[in-house]
Design a protein around this ligand. Structure first.
Ligand code: HEC
Length: 197
């Protein structure tokens, strides 16, 4: 009996230790049992760093923009710091782009482009421990899918997303040129000194 309690006690302590370690290194993305990406939750990623705010309206692109709308780009805090310190995106990096669909209308503030109420979610995850090749994997949750309650998605075919990112993005498949905050801290500081000269 004593021995049994001892074993159980040991198991309880072990479970507590494991859960403590897990909570410390909890990944910023999770896969379901079929290895599909669980749709990231806004209440989580909206607390991350916003590194990009771009607008790609259709009427500037002869109606051919691939993701017309306002693009808000978030990156998880660990990857943000790592990238700023070392210049690299570590395994476990999650980058999320919200694409807010727009419509042209007039407000008292002026004529502009305002939210139509639809929003896609584009996600890229880098993890060489999980995904082959460069480790980047891409996911799209369209507005329609979000409305239909799609909770998890398999990676998009490489030809859909990765081909363009591989060929055209300036650094490790990420369009860092569009994200001034993702410059290395040291480089950003040098720039500031130069700018103040
Ligand atoms: C024709 C090229 C092209 C294709 C195809 C493409 N993207 Fe991108 N993507 C871009 C560009 C350019 C940016 C940055 C500028 C912007 O906001 O549009 C970007 C930004 C992103 C970002 C923000 C992080 C980063 O890498 O800059 C994510 C996440 C993303 N795309 C995911 C996807 C997903 C998922 C797909 C496929 C469903 C996809 N992309 C298809 C060109 C592309």
């Amino acid at each position: 009996m004593y021995k049994r309690l001892g074993t159980m006690g040991f198991l309880v302590i072990l479970a507590l230790m494991v859960s403590a370690i897990q909570s410390e290194i909890q990944p910023f993305y999770t896969l379901d049992k079929d290895r599909n990406l669980n749709r990231p939750k806004p209440d989580l990623y909206r607390k991350w760093e916003v590194v990009g705010a771009g607008a790609v309206p259709n009427d500037l692109n002869r109606n051919r923009a691939i993701f017309p709308g306002v693009h808000l780009v978030y990156i998880d805090p660990v990857a943000f710091n790592h990238r700023r310190e070392s210049g690299f995106f570590p395994d476990g990096t999650v980058i999320i782009m919200e694409n807010y669909h727009q419509k042209r209308r007039e407000g008292v503030s002026g004529i502009g482009y305002f939210e139509s109420g639809e929003r896609d979610l584009l996600v890229s995850v880098k993890d060489r421990r999980v995904f082959p090749g460069s480790g980047w994997s891409y996911y799209l949750f369209s507005d329609k899918e979000i409305r239909e309650g799609v909770l998890a998605k398999p990676p998009s075919p490489k030809s859909d997303c990765q081909a363009c990112h591989l060929t055209h993005a300036s650094d490790d498949e990420v369009f860092v040129d569009f994200y001034p905050q993702l410059k290395r801290k040291a480089d950003a500081n040098t720039k500031k000194v130069n700018a103040s000269e």
